[in-house]
Write a protein that binds this ligand. Structure first.
Ligand code: 5AD
Length: 361
């Protein structure tokens, strides 16, 4: 296959995607350049910020890979107070981030649902009432999604983790609470309600193949997502999947594969929002910068109070855990300029893809 001719395409078959994901470092540079061009052409040079609030690490799910899984009894559990959440949101507003993301372990009690609704309404009153709100709070009932939407959140992230059903069921317990069908159903419900919908996968899971990753990209295209957050799988000692550590690609290769996934997705879905994720930064010191240069247009600086950072360890050595929020902001801004791009301060930075999707309805 001729790389240059593949890169000129706008539609890709699975073999072509596999070819791109298998490129060596040198050829991958051409893929990254192409993804960067497509991004400039389709959505411009802005990188939008979302202040990330890690609301709580309590979780009723028990995913085999995740450090905050229900059965990990070695961690301290926390929930941020209302005051802390509002202070973080104020910080995002004052620093002109434009939007926040509220992320947390999965809970669904009536009290929790109500609290989130109240927090969304409260955040919507901050400053000139312009902060955008993305939620990432797992699988919920349709009614819950609706309440949170009506309260003022407008984007939702729910990773499919892998579109390979067999692999999905290998990395989650078979206990009735973790099914592929339910995850997919939630994604459809979110779309129906009117959210901008984001999904994503983990890259380099034990047992995952290049073909499976290529299928993940086609899945995102077919589902017609608006946003994507994906990153390398990173092992965590206190999780069952740690047993399969020896099967993993070395960190650098897992990292490069993740950047190639970002770049390929940019070629497949030219106008969606794609995040440079924390897991990329964790595996490589220039992870974020490289993601910006390969098509990513979203960054989510962590604005959770520092005292909680050590407790939200989804995986080991999570990047930025000890970084002061102020320093992080400066560093990210520098990286954006270094990539030849500009920070999109004070704007929601909605997915262009979503806007077009609305117009055609
Ligand atoms: N490595 C990488 N990503 C992880 N996540 C959870 N655990 C890990 C891990 N060990 C990701 C999942 C989840 C998101 C909140 O964090 O994709 O959806």
């Amino acid at each position: 296959m001729e790389l240059k001719s593949i890169l000129e395409k706008t539609h890709f078959n699975i073999e072509e995607i596999e070819h791109l994901l298998s490129l060596n470092d040198e050829d991958a540079q051409l893929l990254f350049q192409k993804a960067h061009e497509v991004r400039l052409q389709e959505i411009g040079n802005k990188v939008y910020m979302r202040g990330l609030i890690e609301l709580s690490n309590h979780c009723m799910k028990d995913c085999f890979y995740c450090g905050i899984r229900r059965s990990n009894h070695t961690i301290d559990r926390y929930v941020m107070t209302d005051e802390e959440v509002y202070a973080a949101a104020e910080y995002a507003y004052k620093n002109n981030f434009g939007s926040i993301v509220i992320q947390g372990g999965e809970l669904s009690s009536p009290a929790w649902v109500e609290r989130i609704e109240r927090l969304i309404r409260g955040i919507k009153q901050i400053g000139d009432k312009s902060l955008g709100i993305t939620l990432s709070l797992g699988e919920q009932e349709e009614e819950t999604y609706r309440r949170w939407f009506e309260a003022g959140s407008h984007r939702y992230l729910l990773r499919i983790e892998t579109s390979d059903q067999e692999l999905f069921h290998q990395i989650h317990p078979v206990d009735g609470y973790h099914t592929y069908e339910r995850r997919l159903e939630c994604l459809y419900t979110l779309k129906k309600i009117g959210y901008q919908v984001g999904t994503g996968v983990m890259i380099g899971l034990p047992g995952q193949t290049i073909r499976s990753l290529a299928r993940d990209l086609l899945f995102m295209k077919e589902f017609d997502i608006d946003m994507c957050g994906m990153g390398p799988y990173i092992e965590h000692k206190n999780t069952p999947m740690y047993q399969r550590k020896h099967e993993l690609l070395p960190p650098y290769e897992r990292f490069m594969l993740s950047i190639k996934m970002v770049a390929c997705l940019r070629l497949l879905m030219r106008d969606i929002n794609i995040a440079a994720t924390t897991a990329m930064e964790t595996l490589h010191p220039s992870g974020r910068l490289m993601a910006f240069k390969a098509g990513a247009n979203i960054v989510m600086p962590n604005i959770t109070p520092e005292k909680y950072h050590d407790k939200y360890w989804l995986y080991e050595n999570k990047a930025g855990s000890k970084q002061q929020i102020e320093l992080l902001k400066i560093r990210i801004t520098q990286e954006i300029y270094k990539a030849g791009l500009e920070p999109g301060f004070g704007q929601w930075g909605d997915s262009k893809h979503f806007q077009k999707r609305q117009q055609t309805h």
